[in-house]
Design a binder for this molecule. Structure first.
Ligand SMILES: Nc1ncnc2c1ncn2[C@@H]1O[C@H](COP(=O)(O)OP(=O)(O)O)[C@@H](O)[C@H]1O
Ligand SMILES: [Mg+2]
Length: 252
């Protein structure tokens, strides 16, 4: 198995708060890795560090075995790392299609393109295809996403990241605002993205979903990795025990 992304002993402090306390994490190509832990365990902080949003204090990050410093979200995206952040990070005044192509706009062919004229029809078509394949009811590709429902906004963020992820895809609580059918679609999509060789990292509080979709599960507690499990043959009780520390007490 090829480790695409490896975080080793990552520390991150906010003043007196230690958000990450020597956290390690590994994601492999073509696998879905679940990152689980109680509220405040450090999951979102780790995702932001591995997406270039915030800088860590100590520790190393390796991408395809090479040590990297992720300077910015843009830099992470250039390296093929896409992220659906817990707070989505969409441009509220732009429509679904424009959000999907922010910074990656398609220009028209010929003179128009040379003058910087956007190929809106093509962006609209490609965006619509993504939303339809996800089974969402997002229809107007240019209405401001601020006017969409929470679930629709979540769909826009997920479709955008899935479209562009070539190496690593982080999904931080992606199904929190989704209904049962859309959640199922997202989990199916997650498997399909992994099948094209991408390392997919899913953060979720839904343990049945985690066990259903993941190849591996890593558990964070108090800013550290405390356990790793295979997706097959692991029970919800084992996961909850690792998240809450009940298992450590038994071992101690
Ligand atoms: N910007 C911040 N400033 C201060 N403390 C923060 C900040 N972001 C996160 N934290 C703290 O770091 C810890 C980990 O938070 P977070 O990564 O959001 O956990 P999780 O996503 O697992 O719920 C928490 O104690 C949280 O309050
Ligand atoms: Mg979080």
């Amino acid at each position: 198995m090829t480790a695409v992304l490896e975080a080793d002993s990552i520390t991150k402090r906010y003043g007196h708060v230690t958000a990450l306390d020597g956290a390690s994490f590994t994601a492999n190509a073509g696998e879905v890795t679940a990152l689980i832990g109680d509220n405040g365990a450090g999951k979102s902080t780790l995702v932001k560090i591995l997406s270039g949003v915030i800088a860590h204090d100590e520790g190393t990050i390796r991408l395809d075995g090479e040590r990297v410093r992720l300077e910015s979200p843009q830099h992470a995206r250039e390296l093929g790392i896409e992220t659906v952040f817990q707070d989505l990070a969409l441009a509220p005044d732009l429509g679904p299609a424009e959000n999907m192509f922010v910074g990656r706009e398609i220009l028209r062919g010929g003179w128009g393109g040379r003058l910087g004229v956007l190929d809106k029809a093509r962006m609209r078509r490609e965006a619509l295809e993504s939303f339809v394949s996800m089974g969402t009811d997002v229809k107007d590709m240019f209405a401001p996403v601020a006017s969409l429902s929470g679930g629709q906004r979540q769909s826009v963020a997920i479709c955008r990241s899935i479209k562009w992820a070539s190496n690593v895809l982080f999904l931080d609580e992606p199904t929190a605002a989704l209904g049962v059918r859309q959640t199922r679609n997202v989990l199916d999509l997650v498997r399909r993205v992994a099948a094209r060789g991408v390392a997919v990292i899913l953060i979720s509080h839904n343990m049945p979903d985690v066990l259903q979709v993941s190849d591996r599960i890593e558990v964070l507690r108090l800013g550290r990795r405390v356990a790793q499990f295979p997706g097959q043959g692991t029970s919800i009780e084992q996961l909850v025990g690792a998240m809450t520390g009940a298992l450590d007490q038994r071992a101690a």
